[in-house]
Design a protein around this ligand. Structure first.
Ligand code: ZN
Length: 280
């Protein structure tokens, strides 16, 4: 949890960002959340009525701050998406809660921020083609499930085959990688997967989940990417979208390095890369 504050501090300390560029967005509203999640689940989250088993699946106990954090994080991804439509890119310095299903949470995820933002853009901005490019090391199973029968939101997940979640959902495009996959192998698969995803989806906006957990030093990762490899990943995804004129809303998603500063550095690099690519 501490990485988010450190990330903000690190970006501010870099001198590349103006303090005014960091915005605290409004929390997602009940009606925005209700476009994705079923009412009974949202009520149980809000009122603290989740069962012990549901809380264990989510991975932390219920509290009012947990509810507020989940609403805020979804609101931040939505705000980032709106800003991206206006100026090309923007980021939620948290978010990427892709294990949240319509009626349940798991894996540290309560509400699915990208799904909530995608539905809001469809309802409010009239978008009809959206893609979610999920490079977190874990499959975006909640996202895949939410949009399983929906052609308007394309889900692409590139992840470690033998990692959580152990029962995978079917995304529109899944790329499963072996334990220990290296930088070059990863990029080979990513380039092909991204090309196919963009070709099939022809998105008006992309949500990019730039998880820091494919890192070789991640406790929950299983892959073998270096920091340099992760920077190449970000560069490839962001430069490709920029070149095609596709706006991108970033979310940070996972990152659980043995040394928290490694995860923070990887996330910060993602933001710096986006800034650099869109400055060209
Ligand atoms: Zn993850």
């Amino acid at each position: 949890m501490g990485k988010y504050l450190r990330l903000r501090d690190r970006l501010l300390a870099s001198g590349e960002f103006d303090a005014a560029e960091f915005i605290v967005p409004p929390a997602a509203t009940d009606s925005e959340i209700a476009r994705v999640h079923c009412g009974r689940y949202v009520t149980r989250v809000r009122e603290g009525a989740l069962t012990p088993a549901e809380q264990r699946a989510i991975g932390f106990p219920w509290s009012e701050p947990m509810v507020e954090r989940s609403r805020r994080s979804s609101g931040a991804t939505l705000a980032a998406a709106r800003q991206a439509l206006a100026s090309g890119w923007s980021a939620n310095l948290a978010g990427g809660t892709h294990h949240a299903f319509r009626d349940r949470g798991e894996g540290f995820c309560v509400f699915n921020d990208a799904a909530i933002a995608a539905r809001a853009l469809q309802a409010q901005a009239g978008l009809t083609r959206i893609a979610i490019v999920d490079c977190d090391v874990h499959q975006g199973n909640g996202t895949a499930s939410i949009f399983a029968l929906d052609d308007s939101v394309f889900t692409f997940s590139i992840h470690a085959a033998r990692n959580f979640p152990f029962v995978k959902e079917a995304s529109d495009l899944d790329v499963e990688l072996a334990d220990g996959t290296s930088d070059d192998e990863y990029l080979w698969h990513l380039e092909r997967g991204l090309d196919e995803a963009l070709e099939r989806a022809r998105p008006q906006i992309v949500f990019y989940l730039a998880g820091a957990d494919p890192y070789e030093g991640d406790r929950l990762g299983r892959l073998g990417l270096t920091k340099r490899g992760l920077a190449r990943r970000d560069e490839h995804v962001l430069a490709t979208l920029h070149a095609r004129g596709i706006p991108v809303a970033l979310a940070m998603a996972g990152g659980y390095a043995h040394d928290i500063e490694d995860s923070v550095e990887i996330h910060a690099n993602t933001i710096h890369t986006a800034r650099r690519v869109w400055a060209t």
